[in-house]
Ligand binder design. Structure first.
Ligand code: FES
Ligand SMILES: [Fe+2]
Length: 433
């Protein structure tokens, strides 16, 4: 583990890593070095990415026995597999012999992996299967080596998470209030299941991962950064993020946050208005939803729409799009994006895919707008003066809602402050002051 500072400071002041993060992260501002320091990035890998629960993939990506897909936890290459008995495993893509990558393909179907270097083979649950020229090891079945495994794997509503920590909070505890937002998404699928079957695009940003995570529920920027796409698409989305909007920003705890647009959608009262379409355009979908939820239940679900939620540290569900944030260096991040698809809802799926391509596809405008901002931010933060970034917007008008969660106005930095408070907790927990 990289030590950020020595534990013993001048004049008896506490100056261990915990004290340092206390200083760098304050209620109304955060220090610029948090986005640029390679030492802090290395520390984050240990304290956050290789410790807390991280979103990896979705069970629909490995639907059949022996399916596998290559994923990641931070910079680590992880193979998500389904064994013949249906179990989901997260394996490290590293041969136990000399460390070669055992899996080259992005996805496939196989009950085993064979390392190309010296031909060692492994079952898709990580166990060793065999090695050539076994006399060199004293015979068959002499080695007890297997692929590394992510110690804890958790699945919620088909979303697969992994934690490198052997123990700690359960996935359900980690997700906490964010579970309800995943439930909201899944509830919009006529059979209660989503599928990530549309393929992923990877967008590289020369920026720190936290700039992306903070931006995901920043309701202050859309009207400025996305003005062009809102006007071209004649979208009403921009108005949801304004001074007069009744939408709220909510810190969900554990670093999760959301823009809750339901107050606005309820006020407008238009089924599928959140998606910019009408019931007439997707009649089979609407019928299936009525069959499942009843007329008034379906009405409510279709008016309230999908969540806009950032699940710490790396899963962002933006209504009909799903983003996984992958940090590679202090100033390099990849966003993996795909369109959400509902099981057995072809009319909606086509539209969701089209909207996704328009907003975050190779020529999509939304993500291009945001990425430009991440990179400009990173370039600016790299300048040393002034040292601090301001996150105080709305701090004096926050309220506690009926669930005991902190809420702010549609454009307030409430979610960002929730992110930083949890970040500081993870970076300082159990460490020398
Ligand atoms: S490094 Fe994999 S078999 Fe040698
Ligand atoms: Fe944006």
């Amino acid at each position: 583990m990289t030590e950020v500072t020595d534990a013993v400071g001048p004049a008896g002041r506490p100056s261990g890593p915990a004290a340092r993060y206390d200083e760098l992260i304050q209620p109304r501002r955060v220090h610029g070095s948090l986005y640029t320091s390679p030492e802090i990035f290395a520390d984050e890998l240990q304290q956050i990415w290789y410790r807390t629960w991280v979103y990896v993939g979705h069970v629909s990506e490995i639907a059949e026995p022996n399916d596998y897909v290559r994923k990641s936890i931070g910079p680590q290459d992880v193979i998500m597999t389904r064994t013949a008995d249906g179990e989901v495993h997260l394996l490290l893509n590293r041969c136990a012999h000399r460390g070669n990558l055992v899996c080259e393909a992005d996805a496939g179907n196989s009950s085993s992996f064979r390392c190309p270097y010296h031909g060692w083979t492994y079952r898709n649950n990580g166990d060793m299967l065999g090695y050539p020229f076994h006399q060199g090891y004293g015979g068959r079945n002499k080695l007890e080596l297997g692929l590394g495994r992510v110690p804890r794997v958790g699945v919620y509503q088909g979303f697969v998470f992994g934690s490198f920590a052997e123990d700690g909070p359960t996935l359900e505890q980690h997700l906490g209030e964010a579970k309800g937002e995943i439930d909201r998404l899944v509830r919009l699928a006529p059979e209660g299941e989503i599928e990530l079957s549309a393929g992923f695009l990877k967008h590289r940003a020369r920026a720190n991962w936290k700039l992306l995570a903070e931006n995901e529920t920043d309701g202050y920027h859309p009207q400025f950064v996305h003005a062009s796409i809102f006007s071209v698409a004649e979208s009403g989305i921009g108005a949801l993020y304004g001074e007069k909007s009744t939408a709220v920003t909510r810190a969900l705890g554990n670093g999760h946050s959301e823009n809750d647009l339901r107050p606005e959608f309820r006020r407008l009262g238009v089924p599928l208005g959140w998606f910019g379409t009408t019931e007439e355009k997707v009649p089979n979908y609407v019928k299936a939803m009525r069959d499942r939820h009843g007329d008034s239940g379906a009405e409510e679900v279709l008016i309230e729409g999908a969540p806009h939620v950032m699940i710490f540290p790396n899963l962002f569900i933006a209504e009909i799009q799903l983003f996984a944030i992958q940090p590679l260096a202090a100033d390099l991040t990849v966003q993996h994006v795909t369109a959400v698809q509902f099981k057995s809802a072809p009319e909606m799926n086509k539209r969701m895919l089209q909207q996704c391509v328009g907003s975050v596809g190779p020529a999509g405008m939304l993500l291009a707008d945001d990425t430009e901002m991440y990179e400009r931010n990173q370039a600016g933060v790299a300048e040393l003066r002034p040292e601090w970034l301001d996150v105080r917007r709305g701090v004096d008008r926050e309220e506690i809602d009926e669930r005991g969660l902190t809420i702010g106005g549609a454009t307030d930095e409430t979610g960002m402050r929730g992110f930083w408070s949890h970040y500081k907790h993870l970076m300082t927990e159990g460490r020398v002051r």
